[in-house]
Design a protein around this ligand. Structure first.
Ligand code: DLL
Length: 435
């Protein structure tokens, strides 16, 4: 397969040129936010910094971070860097607690966004010949509109199916011969379950590429989706505060997501000390936007845990690649003092024959002791197996998780289809300690 590049000028730039472009765009962005956004001006003044002090990319570290709390304090439009009459679209973050965060786009922002999405879709293998079924919910969430405009920019045919209604998704997939599926990885599994239940051979579908994002998912989950939907499953990353989808996406090498560095400057920090970490370190991703007009973000703390690889990819792109995220630092569970990411448990479970890729984690505290219970759907064959065999299976799963996490867990085997399903982002953790 030919590896097409959407925008070779920006995707294959030599590193020193990327740096030069980033510095120019950063300086222009800083001047604009200093002039137009009170929150930034106040924070810069508190540190005694003016935009002219930033003369190299390493000076970025002098600037204050921006957090979700800043966005809440300036709700709804306080962080906009242009008057509202120049804003043509408003979206919102998917946060479930408190007020959502509001983000805006100018006409030019929408054009840039569409191009950035078209870029990662092309990298994943989407072409004008494709039929793209978008199974993200259309609405305030950036996922559906982002992928929709990206597909149209490429010239592919878009089916704006929206989320849910799985049987209809499958019917449309069969009848309209969708070649690309866009949704969260957990919803892709739900579709695969239903396809299997309906007795449809996935090879009879026309699916070729899956563009999955919006939530963390493991390599084991990728393999599961690929075999059950008979497609090439790719990961893409973004967040509404920074633009939505379009920050980064995998090429066909699937060895990290290429960050569009002409639009964003990534840094990795230690989330506790906030110190910037050297290339290759695992830590929290911080992003600065350098091409957005309505809603620029300076050193936004994403809370997502990953690492960056500056090596040139086999595909020819020179842009830095971020590893699949381990999850969010605020989703990280601390069990008996050990840091646990749900994705680590997923990796173990999906690789065990008999475990379905549906699980739920319940964290609780008994006395001073944290407990972690992992409910796993198992195949009917195992669920209805004789007690002795089931016990042995359960102990084997507990041991495997224990080895990876280094912390004891209690495993509960549950019937197929008994755990809640989501059409968008999965919610797999119940932390009773916070209730
Ligand atoms: O989820 C934007 C998006 C939509 C990206 C569709 C990709 C595809 P938010 O609703 O603001 O925006 O949620 C952003 O979701 O900080 C991550 O924690 C998580 N996230 C998004 N993509 C990935 C991914 C959209 N590929 C938050 N892997 C981010 C892991 C992801 N986590």
């Amino acid at each position: 397969m030919q590896n097409t590049i959407w925008d070779p000028q920006h995707e294959c730039m030599p590193r020193d040129e990327i740096g030069q472009l980033q510095l120019e765009r950063l300086q222009a962005t800083l001047n604009r936010v200093y002039k137009n956004v009170t929150c930034y001006r106040t924070k810069f003044n508190e540190r005694g910094i003016v935009p002219e002090d930033i003369t190299s990319l390493s000076d970025l570290a002098k600037l204050p971070f921006t957090t979700k709390e800043d966005l809440r304090l300036n709700y709804p439009y306080g962080m906009f860097a242009v008057p509202l009459r120049e804003v043509v679209r408003i979206h919102s973050s998917s946060g479930t607690t408190g007020k959502p965060t509001v983000v805006g786009y100018t006409k030019n922002d929408l054009k840039i966004w569409s191009n950035l999405v078209a870029r990662f879709m092309t990298a994943a293998g989407v072409t004008p010949d494709d039929v793209v079924q978008i199974a993200f919910g259309y609405g305030l969430f950036t996922g559906a509109f982002g992928l929709h405009y990206g597909s149209e920019t490429i010239g592919a045919a878009v089916i704006p199916m929206s989320g849910g209604n799985t049987d209809k998704q499958i019917m449309i997939m069969q009848d309209y011969k969708s070649t690309v599926l866009v949704c969260t990885p957990s919803y892709a599994i739900n579709i695969a379950d239903r396809i299997e239940k309906l007795g449809i051979d996935p090879k009879t579908l026309s699916l070729k590429v899956g563009l999955f994002g919006g939530e963390p998912w493991s390599e084991a989950m990728r393999r599961e989706i690929e075999s059950r939907l008979s497609l090439s499953a790719t990961d893409n990353y973004g967040l509404s505060e920074v633009i939505g989808p379009g920050v980064a996406g995998e090429c066909r090498c699937k060895c990290g997501m290429h960050i569009s560095e002409d639009g964003f400057i990534p840094e990795i920090i230690n989330p506790e000390t906030c110190e910037v970490l050297p290339p290759g370190s695992v830590g929290e991703l911080v992003l600065t936007t350098i091409s957005k007009e309505a809603f620029p973000m300076i050193r936004y703390r994403t809370r997502d845990i990953t690492s960056l690889d500056y090596g040139v990819c086999e595909c020819g792109r020179t842009t830095v690649r971020m590893k699949k995220t381990m999850g969010r630092s605020d989703d990280m569970l601390i069990i008996k003092g050990v840091n646990v990411f749900p994705s680590q448990i997923e990796e173990v479970l999906v690789a065990i024959e008999g475990c379905e890729p549906h699980y739920q984690l319940v964290v609780d505290r008994k006395g001073a002791m944290d407990t972690l219970e992992v409910s796993i759907e198992v195949t009917e064959h195992i669920f209805f197996d004789e007690m002795k065999k089931q016990r042995a299976f359960l102990e084997m799963v507990e041991k495997k998780i224990d080895t990876v996490l280094g912390v004891g867990v209690t495993v509960k085997l549950v019937e197929p289809n008994s755990l809640p399903r989501n059409e968008g982002k999965a919610n797999r953790v119940i932390d009773r300690r916070q209730l």
